[in-house]
Every structure is written in structure tokens, then in C-alpha cells.
Design a protein around this ligand. Structure first.
Ligand SMILES: Cc1ncc(C[n+]2csc(CCOP(=O)(O)OP(=O)(O)O)c2C)c(N)n1
Ligand SMILES: [Mg+2]
Length: 273
């Protein structure tokens, strides 16, 4: 099935609203990961709003496309997205990371809409491969999407999975690298550079699409190209900005895993774009 029709100005307004809610959720919790959540807002919005086949009222519907959030620490963007699409009440976001809440710091399958527990980086793509193989074996047309961080793909297990997907010609797998240029403790380019990243994936047998990953139209087009690509898996290298939308958080590893306090939240909401 092709993507749903969409209105770009309402999607952009929704992206801004997601960013606001991510920041508020983090401030209420007092901990969590803003940087890699803010960079990935458009990726999540494109997938849930336009690209994926899914039914919020029936999260386990067999025909659904599966999204594996391999960088499992970005629960603020995952839960804000799922709540906005009706997987659970929005009010529940206030319980994020609180004792007894199902909304914990890393994604968990007990939350409606979450496919697979992650948190230990480097495992999601193997799982997505399994989902894609299951679709093939069952003769179903659902697809597997897997979002990974740029720091995450320094893990060797990612490249083992990349080899497998190409070997089995899993054209129903789409990996998305949130190339936000920053990992936990600094810049990717200074810690362990990835470039030429597209060439690496290409040499592993993947179809490569390199785009501005904060551009909703570019993302939606890229996902269409994935759906039309046969005989090999697709990777979308989504060039984003860690902390996107809050200038004082942008490209700052200090905001990888730190919640804004009340004052910082107020400031962030004032300058948010
Ligand atoms: C196997 C493993 N090693 C280390 C960590 C700790 N850790 C959590 S997030 C993170 C940085 C990930 O960076 P990146 O993939 O670039 O994520 P993003 O920038 O999207 O937040 C690290 C090292 C982990 N969760 N799992
Ligand atoms: Mg990163």
C-alpha cells in the first residue's frame, strides 16, 4: 500500500507540538534523553502519520508495519508520538519514568505500539530482519522499519545484521540512521567517524538514500522510494541535528541525557522552532 495523503503545514505544526510535549515530558520526569528525541521527531511523524500501515486501536493487528526503535533511549519521542496517535491516553505522559508507570526510560513492549524492548544498542536491526523474514514466510506484505542512532551503528552487530539483510534480499526492511552527528560524549567525527557512510552501506549491498532527515517531504519521498525498491534492503541516512528545535541544545552532547529544569523548559519553549 502507498502512503496516505498529507497536509504539510499541519504536519509541520504537529512536529512543533511534539517537540513541546517532549520537553514538557522530560521536565516532569526530571530525567531522560532530549537530544536524540528532538532529532528524530520528523522521522517518527512521517512514519506514523503518513508511511506506515498501523491501527492504534488494534496495536497487535497482524498486518501492521513494524517499527523497531533500536536506539531505545529516545522514549520521549516514542511515547509522545504513540500518545498523539491514540495508542494510550496523553495524560499518561506525566507518569514517564515514574515508579509503577509502564512508560519507563527505554522502550518496552508492554506499552501499546512498542514492538520490541531495546536499550542495549545494536540489536534492533537483527530483530527487524527477523520480522521481515516472517512476513516473507507467511506471504504477508507488512514491512519492518528500524531506527538506529549514528553512535549506535559503531556497534559491530549492526554490520552483521546489515550483511544478513542483503544476503537474504530483504527488500521489506528499511533502516533509518538518525545521523544527528553526536553520540553520548561528543561528536561522532571526533570519536569514531562514519563517513563515507553511504558507501559503507552500499558496499554491504543496500540501496542507500541520503536526505535531510528533518525535512518531512524528503523523508516521505525516501520512504516511497524504499517501497518501490526490490531485491535489496534500503537504508535512509537521515541527516538531522541532535537537539533540533532548541538552539541551546543543538549539537550539544551535554543534552544527550539530561532533562531541562523548569527554567530551562521555559527558555526552550520560548525559542523553540
Ligand atoms: C550496548 C550499549 N552501549 C552503551 C549504551 C549507553 N548509551 C546509551 S545512548 C548512547 C549514545 C548513543 O548515541 P547515538 O546512537 O548517536 O544516539 P542519539 O544521538 O540518537 O541519541 C550510549 C553510548 C547502551 N545503551 N548500549
Ligand atoms: Mg547520535
Amino acid at each position: 500500500m502507498t502512503s496516505k495523503s498529507y497536509d504539510i503545514s499541519s504536519l509541520k505544526a504537529q512536529a512543533l507540538q511534539f517537540r513541546r510535549e517532549i520537553l514538557e515530558t522530560l521536565e516532569t520526569a526530571g530525567s531522560g534523553h532530549p537530544g536524540g528525541s528532538l532529532s528524530a521527531v520528523e522521522i517518527f511523524l512521517a512514519l506514523y502519520g503518513v508511511v506506515m500501515n498501523h491501527r492504534p486501536s488494534e496495536p497487535k493487528w497482524e498486518g501492521r508495519d513494524r517499527l523497531v526503535v533500536s536506539k531505545g533511549h529516545v522514549t520521549p519521542v516514542v511515547y509522545v508520538t504513540l500518545a498523539n496517535f491514540g495508542y494510550f491516553p496523553k495524560d499518561e505522559l506525566k507518569t514517564f519514568r515514574k515508579f509503577g508507570s509502564r512508560l519507563q526510560g527505554h522502550v518496552h513492549h508492554k506499552v501499546p505500539g512498542v514492538e520490541f524492548n531495546t536499550g542495549s544498542l545494536g540489536h534492533g536491526l537483527s530483530y527487524a530482519n527477523g520480522v521481515a523474514m516472517a512476513a516473507r514466510l507467511k506471504g504477508k506484505d507488512f514491512r519492518a522499519y528500524c531506527i538506529m542512532g549514528d553512535g549506535e551503528i559503531q556497534e559491530g552487530s549492526v554490520w552483521e545484521a546489515a550483511m544478513s539483510a542483503a544476503h537474504y534480499k530483504l527488500d521489506n526492511v528499511c533502516a533509518i540512521v538518525d545521523y544527528n552527528k553526536v553520540q553520548e560524549n561528543g561528536l561522532i567525527s571526533e570519536i569514531k567517524g562514519l563517513d563515507p557512510l553511504g558507501d559503507k552501506w552500499k558496499s554491504f549491498g543496500w540501496h542507500v538514500i541520503d536526505i535531510d532527515g528533518n525535512d518531512l517531504v524528503a523523508l516521505i519521498k525516501a520512504f516511497e522510494e524504499f517501497k518501490a525498491t526490490k531485491g535489496k534492503p534500503t537504508v535512509i541516512i537521515a541527516n538531522t541535528l541532535k537537539g533540533k528545535g532548541v538552539p541551546f541544545m543543538e549539537l550539544k552532547s551535554a543534552w544527550h541525557g539530561k532533562a531541562p529544569n523548569k527554567e530551562q523548559l521555559g527558555e526552550a519553549l520560548k525559542v523553540l522552532y
